[in-house]
Design a protein around this ligand. Structure first.
Ligand SMILES: Nc1ncnc2c1ncn2[C@@H]1O[C@H](COP(=O)(O)OP(=O)(O)OP(=O)(O)O)[C@@H](O)[C@H]1O
Ligand SMILES: [Mg+2]
Length: 391
């Protein structure tokens, strides 16, 4: 065996004479040097193992504070990589074998031990344990690799499934305005001459809005694509956040149309000088406001609150609309996902996916609270970046 250094043994043996004899045997060893620590009880052995490092344990199976195989488990638990050679009496063969089955590397029958036998047994025990340890380590590494590879494969599968779903939903959403265009263009071609002027104008208007829908859809998809591939860059500039929010509310006011909605903006706390990415903010707040309006009932209120805190700004957008079923709430931020209660309210399901990407690009978080029949509140928390650049 390749032990060229001094082998350190922890001898656990209550019988002093036996211990001396073993020490004598080891002194006689020709090619190895052994050093000993001798303890008489299991409790002492456990203390000793906590204090020092050993190469092997020589364990008597009859100790004053532990009988038979009971000594093995605590030792293995405390020093799992340390080889153990058990010492048994002549009539204890069964016990010795059981000890090996339970994790000891070898056994020696006390009356039959001599120097050679003892040295060989200790050396083999150390070597065998090392091989076992190496195997265990290799096994562990392999297991971790297998787990990592499996996780990668699952991820690749998920991405590829996501991509194909994405493409099919996108083509579905593009097809419907294209159908409108084709239908109306055909109508204009076949009976355009006979149509009254107003009808023609309204047909052209439908074509224009269908084209606008497709263009908007493509813009949104390309925006998500950019964000997915990490190409969503943020540019921070000084901005009067409160004025900016007020302006967004005014713009949103225009889209309320036939609904009898009240739009209320309030601002709490002092923001001070800070840097913001105007384009990301516009995507975030614009989408949340437009959702709050779109999913509101005919009358009701949409409340937009800007709360300035020490290091963060919180944007809360609250409506009294249709609410979002609990089971849909987790998945709302996935592209094209729409809740089950949208009924005939138009939409592509891309808005919140964009919001989420923008919030992430701004280093913030988004949360929602919603109850059917009561309403929905989205809260976006963004870090305040002071002009000096510190968060
Ligand atoms: N304020 C809200 N109240 C109720 N449901 C909402 C609200 N905001 C979002 N939702 C639900 O979340 C879904 C996803 O919203 P998202 O903004 O991504 O898509 P959308 O509004 O359907 O379409 P668009 O891409 O045109 O915004 C909506 O379809 C709707 O089911
Ligand atoms: Mg939306």
């Amino acid at each position: 065996m390749a032990v060229s250094y001094s082998v350190k043994i922890l001898l656990i043996e209550d019988n002093l004479a036996e211990a001396r004899l073993l020490q004598e045997f080891l002194k006689q060893a020709k090619f190895h040097e052994f050093s000993f620590v001798h303890v008489k009880r299991l409790a002492e052995a456990l203390q000793e193992l906590n204090r020092g490092t050993y190469d092997v344990i020589l364990l008597d199976l009859t100790l004053p504070d532990s009988e038979g195989l009971a000594s093995l488990a605590p030792l293995i638990r405390l020093a799992p990589s340390l080889p153990i050679v058990v010492l048994t009496n002549t009539n204890d063969n069964e016990l010795a074998l059981e000890a090996v089955r339970r994790g000891a590397q070898d056994y020696l029958v006390k009356r039959l031990v001599n120097s050679d036998l003892l040295v060989r047994s200790l050396s083999y025990a150390i070597e065998r344990k090392q091989v076992l340890e190496t195997l265990r380590a290799v096994n562990e590494t392999l297991e971790i690799r297998v787990q990592e590879r499996t996780a990668e494969l699952v991820k690749v599968q998920e991405i590829s499934q996501f991509k194909s779903e994405f493409v099919s939903m996108l083509s579905h959403d593009i097809r419907s305005p294209l159908n409108t265009i084709q239908l109306i263009a055909g109508l204009l071609q076949s009976s355009g001459d006979r149509l009254p002027k107003e009808k023609k104008i309204s047909h052209f208007q439908l074509i224009r809005s269908a084209i606008k829908n497709v263009a908007q859809l493509l813009d949104e998809v390309s925006f998500i694509g950019k964000a997915e591939s990490g190409k969503l860059y943020s540019e921070f500039h000084p901005l009067n956040l409160e004025n900016f929010c007020r302006q967004l509310v005014e713009e949103a006011q225009l889209s309320i149309q036939q609904k009898d909605l009240t739009l209320i903006f309030t601002s709490v706390g002092e923001l001070g000088e800070a840097l913001w990415d105007e384009s990301l903010l516009r995507h975030i707040l614009g989408n949340l406001l437009s959702n709050a309006i779109k999913y509101s009932l005919l009358d009701g209120a949409v409340r937009f609150q800007l709360i300035a805190q020490d290091k963060t700004a919180v944007f809360q957008i609250q409506d009294e609309g249709i609410g979002i079923p609990k089971e849909d709430q987790q998945r709302l931020f996935k592209p094209f996902y729409r809740a089950s209660n949208v009924d005939k309210i138009p939409g592509t399901g891309l808005g919140l996916a964009i919001v989420k990407k923008c919030v992430e690009a701004h280093g913030g978080e988004i949360s929602l609270h919603s109850e059917i029949g009561v309403g929905t509140t989205f809260a976006v928390t963004l870090p305040i970046i002071r002009s000096s650049g510190s968060l």
